[in-house]
Design a protein around this ligand. Structure first.
Ligand code: SF4
Length: 365
């Protein structure tokens, strides 16, 4: 993920402490595949399930030591809908008590006065998914009233002073609502707006992809808006995900606006290192399988059978993903931008070419 606002601010004020990125690894933990919604673009194909799988607190507790050994510093609890798991709060307690930053990624519809106290006490940050206007969102989420419920949760969290942000997944069906989403982030005064690009996984099929030329314009708009927010003192941090070539656009746009600070920006972007799946980002799915990120089909091993640190250290695909620069094929192989983006999404390459080391088919550069 690319912290666009952070990098703009830090590059303009090199001594600023603003938005220091997490050191260490980030674990995305899908604790259940159960969900009260059935979204069109869900990467884990989650939905209401009689045979829903859930990770137990015992399994989480037995993995904590190994997570620390692997230098995991922050854990995002996701799903399915994590609030569908009866173990969510027990898992969050274990992680918090063991010193991890704990984040919640939710559709928000199950947040209410009864659980807001526990959410406030356990989570460092809550991300609520909203995909556009009420009409767009309810159609995507296949539930009338979902938008209202998510917005209500967002406001409840704000009122209780919980760090809360918006998450939006861009597809061909909602990208025209992007200006609406920015307005909403500003109006609701959220801490962060995370714009996620489509990775072809689960129900998030390539048929929902946006034309590359249009996507480049959208990315430019997102970065432009981040510059404007910084200039106008609007405190919404803009972050993009699953589209590391955004960093190339950020560098180009920064150079034309603030050439005197360009070297600062370039240094920070190179330090960030582009796509980090399998390196600083790791996923455990609802069955306990360890994957480089949630969009990979590949399973390196299961924490029910093997030690987490051992799995990521010994797995051959993880080792290849950690190489810098990655040994990629197609357009990525000789691309001058490789050191910036690290080749973009490997899961997208696999979805299209059946090869994790082919070029990112969605790259607009
Ligand atoms: S072609 Fe590959 S290496 Fe080049 S910018 Fe695109 S994703 Fe990055």
């Amino acid at each position: 993920m690319l912290r666009v606002t952070d990098y703009i601010k830090k590059s303009l004020e090199p001594d600023s402490q603003s938005g220091k990125s997490h050191k260490g690894r980030l674990l995305i933990w899908n604790i259940t595949n159960d969900c009260n919604l059935s979204c069109e673009h869900c990467y884990s194909s989650s939905g209401k399930s009689e045979i829903a799988q859930k990770l137990t607190p015992e399994l989480v507790l037995s993995t904590v030591k190994s997570l620390k050994k692997a230098d995991v510093k922050a854990v995002i609890l996701s799903g399915g809908e994590p609030l569908m798991s009866p173990f969510l709060f027990d898992i969050a307690v274990i992680l918090k008590d063991n010193g991890f930053q704990v984040h919640l990624s939710t559709n928000g519809t199950m947040i209410n006065e009864n659980n807001i106290g526990r959410i406030k006490s356990l989570f460092n940050y809550v991300g609520i998914s909203i995909d556009g206007t009420e009409k767009t969102h309810d159609r995507f989420r296949q539930r009338e009233g979902a938008y209202e419920a998510s917005l209500k949760a967002l406001r409840l969290l704000k009122n209780k002073s919980v760090n809360v942000g918006l998450r939006t997944s861009l597809t061909a069906y909602n990208y025209k609502d992007i200006a609406f989403i920015f307005e909403m982030a500003k109006k609701e005064d959220v801490k962060k707006l995370y714009i996620s690009h489509l990775v072809y996984s689960g129900r998030g099929s390539i048929t929902s992809e946006i034309d590359k030329t249009v996507r480049k314009k959208i990315s430019s708009y997102v970065i432009e808006t981040a510059f404007n927010f910084v200039k106008d003192g609007i405190l919404v941090d803009i972050v993009t995900g699953n589209n590391e070539p955004d960093a190339i656009l950020l560098l180009e746009m920064f150079k034309s606006r603030c050439p005197e600070f360009y070297d600062n920006m370039r240094e920070k972007i190179l330090e960030w290192g582009g796509n980090q799946s399998g390196k600083r980002i790791i996923n455990i799915d609802y069955s306990g399988f360890v994957k480089p990120d949630p969009f990979f089909n590949y399973k390196a091993g299961n924490i029910k059978d093997r030690d987490f640190f051992e799995i990521i250290s010994e797995d051959k695909l993880f080792s290849k993903l950690r190489e810098m620069p990655r040994k990629l094929k197609g357009r990525c192989e000789k691309c001058n931008y490789l050191e910036v983006c690290n080749g973009g999404s490997r899961a997208r390459a696999y979805a299209v070419y059946g090869d994790y080391f082919q070029e990112d088919p969605a790259c607009f550069m």
